[in-house]
Ligand binder design. Structure first.
Ligand code: CTP
Length: 398
């Protein structure tokens, strides 16, 4: 998402400056292009040598060095986003008042790109009326302000003032400046994970689904600007983006109700969950006791969510199913596509090595109503998800 994006990083004199090394590493992993400016005070907290070694470029500190003039105007114009982190109380005050006594401030004043700041200071400074006023002034300039965090401060005190963690700065960057717009304004429902069907208060019937494919799809849709609702059974995953609406639940019945409640307003729905086909007819209120003769359970069918949505689907809605097969894969998947009235079905075969439950990779075949077949060979679930949504975009508009 940040590949080849131009990130200008401004570092000021606050103890949190040492954490910026981590942010730089994260940005590099994302293949962003990075340039760094530091205030003279920042060099007391973190070594320009470390930073320039990491980005394999000079770190800009002075207006004039080696008989050349640092072109602050071009730096500000080069960047897609200018992040100032940590933002010290001193630089905040100067930014609010338009002061220009170092290269970072000159670049700020001439920057034409969005500016994101992550303040980091002592709690009492943070709460001072002058700081509050300066923060409001920066907001009024249209700058993006990250809120400070509570916790251990360099002064030895506990309280508000910690700079936002580097991973959250990265997240803010992605969510607010670099989402694609292919699905802007579209509402997408995704189901993910297994469902657990209770037998008694401590036991359930479940399956091995990890939810990774559904969560990867939620990310890929969100990254293309969609409004995403992710309905998930029990998984060990958290959502990647704050803006994804996650509805966590347990049973097939709960998943059915959640999907039926919101399907009408959706443009696209992708049923990726491994929904249990059966649930115990009755759920024991008390824990079942061991008996000599074993235990017989009567199972009844759960509601088929994909099929129910297929029956309600309007012409402007695009419905995608998944099919997990172990034999006669294409034939069975096509049958599901037709019987559940989906527009497209993504076939997973447990016979493919590296594909299916729990893995970080997948290989799928995509089938549509017209009999078209697209094979996506083994790749990470993230990459497969991105390709699936490109196919959905094409087919939904066809
Ligand atoms: N599905 C669903 N609700 C169910 C069962 C399945 O929405 N109660 C959806 C799955 O999310 C998937 C598709 O139906 O998108 C196919 O699921 P799969 O388990 O492969 O097929 P089933 O219809 O359950 O049939 P079978 O298990 O007999 O292969």
């Amino acid at each position: 998402m940040l590949k080849n994006k131009k990130i200008l990083l401004g570092i000021t004199g606050s103890i949190a400056a040492y954490k910026i090394i981590l942010l730089v590493r994260m940005l590099m992993k994302e293949n962003a292009e990075i340039k760094i400016i530091m205030t003279p005070a920042a060099t007391q907290f973190v070594s320009p040598l470390v930073l320039s070694t990491l980005i394999q470029d000079k770190v800009a500190i002075d207006f004039f060095s080696e008989n050349t003039w640092a072109n602050h105007v071009m730096l500000g114009r080069w960047a897609d986003v200018f992040i100032i982190a940590p933002l010290s109380v001193n630089t905040l005050s100067k930014m609010a008042n338009g002061q220009c006594d170092n290269l970072l401030l000159a670049t700020y004043l001439s920057a034409t790109c969005p500016v994101l700041v992550a303040p980091g200071m002592d709690e009492d400074m943070w709460h001072h009326a002058a700081t509050r006023k300066n923060i409001e002034t920066l907001k009024s300039y249209g700058n993006h302000i990250l809120t400070v965090q509570k916790g251990f401060l360099a002064s030895g005190l506990q309280g508000e003032g910690r700079m936002e963690e580097p991973e959250n700065i990265l997240l803010y960057l992605k969510e607010n400046f670099f989402r694609g717009n292919q699905l802007q304004g579209k509402k997408v429902l995704i189901t993910a994970g297994p469902t657990y069907e209770a037998i008694d208060p401590v036991r359930f019937i479940g399956n091995h689904s990890s939810g990774k494919m559904g969560f990867a799809l939620a990310d890929a849709f969100y990254e293309q600007g969609a409004e995403v609702t992710l309905v998930s059974g029990p998984v060990h995953l958290g959502k990647s983006y704050r803006g994804i609406q996650l509805i966590s639940l347990h049973s097939a019945n709960e998943m059915y109700n959640a999907c039926m409640d919101i399907f009408e307003e959706m443009d696209i729905a992708v049923m990726c969950a491994a929904v249990a086909d059966f649930q115990p007819e009755t759920v024991s209120k008390e824990k079942l006791k061991k008996k000599d003769q074993g235990l017989e359970l009567t199972l009844i069918q759960t509601q088929d969510i994909l099929k129910s949505l297929g029956a309600l689907k309007k012409p402007n809605q695009f419905l995608v199913g998944f099919a997990l097969e172990t034999e006669n894969e294409n034939k069975n998947a096509l049958q599901k596509l037709v019987s559940k009235n989906a527009d497209m079905i993504v076939l997973n075969s447990l016979r493919d090595k590296g594909a299916g439950f729990g893995t970080d990779t997948n290989a799928v075949t995509i089938l549509d109503k017209s009999g078209n077949e697209t094979t996506l060979p083994l790749e990470t679930k993230k990459e497969i998800a991105q390709k699936i949504i490109q196919i959905i975009i094409q087919k939904a508009h066809a």
